[in-house]
Design a protein around this ligand. Sequence first.
Ligand code: 5GP
Ligand code: MN
Length: 343
Amino acid sequence: MNTSQMVDMQNYSTLLTLFDRYHNFALSTHINPDGDAIGSELSLYLFLTRLGKSVKMFNTDAVPANYRFLPFWESIESARSIGTYRPEVLVVLDASTLERIGKTLSKTLSPTQSLINIDHHATAEAFGDVNLIVPSASSTSEIVYKLIKSHQTPIDKACALCLYTGLMFDTGCFRYSNTTAETHQIAAELIEIGGFAPDEVYRNVYEQVPVTKMHLLSEVLRTLQITDDGKIASVYATQTMFRKTRTTADAVEGVVNQIQAIKGVEVALCASEMADRSTKVSLRSQGGVDVSQLAAEFEGGGHARAAGCRIVMPYLLAIATLVQTAQRYIDPRHVGQGDCQKG
Ligand code: 5GP
Ligand code: MN
């Protein structure tokens, strides 16, 4: 066992001690929640509830329609429901900074005893009183799985489904480089316990696409630009496109993965114009460039191969700035001003 594994073990047992000690828990996860965010939140909710705890969940954004097949998603409340409620313990899942749960929520939801941070982002900040940050874990759901296992409480069917959904989502359906033999072993165990059909989980998450999203995608793909060296691909989505196709910014999810698949592309980015005219950027890499570092230059973060940031700039300027910065990562000699010259 190496040093970081020992630290992990200690943090797992510290967390379990807190779970035993306190009674009132609140859980939260990041804005625009994805499969791992919702999966890890609901599975921890089910585990703590099973231990007889009183547990509430508060998220800034609503549960996306494609995760509404998961048990207890309706128990997730919005920031408006907090009122004067204060949990003893607040557990924040899958959020690399506390602000990622949303500005209002991060200020109003304050625990009386302890703030726990469970995350697997490479750029995770240790903002909690107790931090269980495991960058080697495929997903936050995998960390929750290990937490439950180390408590030696059996995982029930509902919990298995939530954990599997998180694991499936964050490994890109077991395709990304964070997929290991262990990920498959955990997935196999969860399928056995849960008794669900993996193809049905897949269909629920990925094949309930509203036709409006397809219309948006056709608009977005038309904006494709590739640098002269073929290594950086970018697309954008504008407020006009969202209005025209009757979609919202979350419909852009996944496009960046499509353009990252273009042969020769090392960095892919998708910029979305937000209602306040700032720009949300999703970044993907083939592995050569650590896009979490690139995103961190713009106060964002994430993983080496998938990261994001929000920039207070109009989208075209944001793209030009990011492309130029990305070129420096691809070729450190690059000093060009928005073109593809090599310095
Ligand atoms: P996506 O592009 O799918 O929205 O996000 C990819 C990864 O980057 C996710 O792991 C997500 O948590 C992280 N990420 C996306 N946007 C931001 C951001 O604005 N700040 C930080 N810290 N991480 C982000
Ligand atoms: Mn995650």
